[in-house]
Ligand binder design. Sequence first.
Ligand SMILES: O=C(O)C(=O)C[C@H](O)[C@H](O)COP(=O)(O)O
Length: 204
Amino acid sequence: MKPIETIMRTAPVIPVLVIEDVEHAVPVATALVAGGLRVLEVTLRTPAGLEAIRAMKGVEGAIVGAGTVTNPDELKASIDAGAEFIVSPGLTPRLGEAAIASGIPFLPGTANAADIMLGLDLGLSHFKFFPAATSGGLPALKALAGPFHTAKFCPTGGVTQASASDWLAFDPVLCVGGSWLVAKGEPDVVAIEAAARAAATLAR
Ligand SMILES: O=C(O)C(=O)C[C@H](O)[C@H](O)COP(=O)(O)O
C-alpha cells in the first residue's frame, strides 16, 4: 500500500484545522486523537500554521500534515516543520513534481477530469476532491470515478458529519476531510473530543 493510502485509511475523517493561536495546537490535537482521529491536517492559512505542526508532533499518536500547500516554498517549509504528509487545494506541475521529488505522502486537490489527468501523468493516484460539495457533490465524483477507476479520493469542502457517510459509502472514497470538528476561538476540548468520536465511528 502506498504511504498516502495508509494515511487515508487510518481514520474515516481528516480534520482540517485552522489554528489561530499556537497555544491551541496541543489541546486541539490531543482532543482529536483521544476521540480517535489521528490524522490531522493543519492548514497554512494562518501564521501559526507551521508552528502548530511543530507543536502537534509532540502529541502521541498524532499523524500531522500540512494543508493549503500551494507551491514548492510552502512544501519545503512544511517538511522543515515536520509535516508527515502534504495536502493542497489544487495541483500544479511545479508543486506536484516538487512533492514527488521530496518523497512525502501527497494528497493534491482535484475538481475535474483535467486535474486528475495531470495527477495521473505525474504518477499520482490518490487525490483530494475539492471543493467537494460545490464541485457537483457525490454525483460528480461518481461520474469522474468512471473513467478514472483506479483513483482514490478524500472529498473535502462542504462535507459535514451528516453527509460524510454518503461519501464514505462510495468505494473510491477512503476518507473525507472537514473543518467541522473544531469551532473557531478558544478550543472546547470536550466538544472536540465528542465530535472526533462521532466522526471516528463513521462506517466506510
Ligand atoms: O485550506 C485548504 O487547504 C483547503 O483546501 C480547504 C479546506 O480543506 C476546506 O476549506 C475545508 O472545507 P470545510 O470543511 O467546508 O471548511
